[in-house]
Design a protein. Structure first.
Length: 361
């Protein structure tokens, strides 16, 4: 059967906008070089299930679930693939090593696979590999077949670029739409690396974002563990309620985080193909306590603010506390200085604004 290289290249590019056809596209690639199946995988992530042709599905299941991914000696050839664009078995091990390799002899040979060829390409900053397998009975790939695979570098790079552009547009559209509904929103990958953030979320947690890692920088180990568990839980949750946790900002204020998995991302998505939508809301149960935390008020100062909010006058507060009114006025000056309020009315307005923030459920 004759395989048209242009048709295969077009099918790969089409998969950029229609991820569901990757299996067929990879099957066409494999068949064009008399392969036993093909798959795409990110070199830096051995755990995520990559797209694969139909004939590789059961092999991939065993590879991921029985720990063979951790024993895959072919990763030794990745540096060479980066340099020249492709690798074969001989770039990873010599013949004697292959003959004694548990991975080759127990796993690959057990599925009738004897050789492979890999073509490397970039998607953003990630290195990806098109891996095509070969049946034992068919021997290694011939030079002309390797040339045919190497010519797919261009279509693969195009598909990765287009896929990421589509995904970036979708993620930004999602966070922008939530801005219109007055929701603070972030889209990140399952490791917490931020792909898109709207203005409300930026105002809420912008100072907490590490510019190098593009992740939320949380001071407390307990908060870091809680967010990590929340992200992981969002990948497994199928019920109506999203995964949720509470983290703290540098001033001790609580922020409720709800995590929802985003379906339908491409394999080359800027969020590792596993995007998570984070909805953020400042958790305010007591606006006076929130003001105290933000402004470093003392217990006595907090009590004065609470009394003012309840409608007490300076004289009434002084009498209740057993001090002179001038003492309360002096403490109020300290409160105004710490909170940036210009007077009592402005102070109570700030407390009211905190109280207007909807508390977490």
């Amino acid at each position: 059967m004759r395989h048209d290289p242009e048709l295969i290249a077009r099918r790969i590019r089409e998969a950029a906008g229609a991820p569901e056809i990757w299996a067929q596209a990879l099957g066409d690639v494999s068949a064009s070089v008399n392969g036993a199946g093909a798959l795409l995988f990110c070199v830096d992530d051995r755990l995520v299930r990559p797209p694969a042709s139909a004939e590789q599905a059961h092999v991939l299941d065993e590879y991921l679930t029985k720990g063979w991914n951790a024993l895959d000696v072919r990763y030794r050839g990745i540096p060479k693939m980066e340099r020249r664009g492709f690798i074969t078995d001989e770039d990873c091990m010599d013949r004697d090593e292959i003959a004694s390799s548990q991975f080759y002899q127990d796993f690959l040979a057990g599925h009738g696979i004897g050789a492979f060829a890999g073509v490397g390409f970039r998607a953003g900053g990630d290195l990806w590999c098109l891996s095509v397998q070969r049946r034992l009975r068919d021997g290694p790939f011939e030079p002309r077949e390797l040339d045919a695979l190497l010519r797919l570098w261009g279509p693969l790079s195009d598909a990765a670029t287009l896929s990421r552009q589509f995904d970036f547009a979708r993620l930004k559209g999602m966070t922008d739409a939530l801005e219109l509904t007055r929701d603070a929103a972030i889209v990140c990958d399952r490791g917490g690396r931020i792909a898109s953030i709207n203005a409300r979320a930026e105002a809420l947690v912008g100072r907490m974002i590490d510019p190098r890692s593009r992740t939320l920088s949380l001071r407390s180990a307990a908060d870091r563990d809680a967010l990590r568990a929340c992200l992981a839980s969002s990948q497994r949750r199928r019920g109506p309620e999203p995964a949720a946790c509470v983290v703290r900002d540098p001033k001790g204020g609580e922020i409720l985080v709800r995590a929802i998995e985003v379906d339908g991302m491409s394999v080359f998505a800027p969020a590792d193909g596993r995007a998570v939508l984070l909805l953020l809301k400042r958790r305010v149960l007591d606006p006076v306590a929130a003001l105290a935390a933000r402004s470093s008020l003392t217990a006595a100062e907090s009590a004065i603010v609470a009394s003012l909010r309840a409608g007490g006058s300076v004289a009434e507060i002084a009498q209740a506390r057993g001090v002179r009114p001038d003492t309360i006025r002096t403490q109020l000056k300290s409160i105004y200085l710490k909170t940036g309020a210009s007077g009592q009315a402005r102070l109570l307005s700030r407390v009211a604004a905190l109280g207007d923030e909807r508390p977490a459920d």
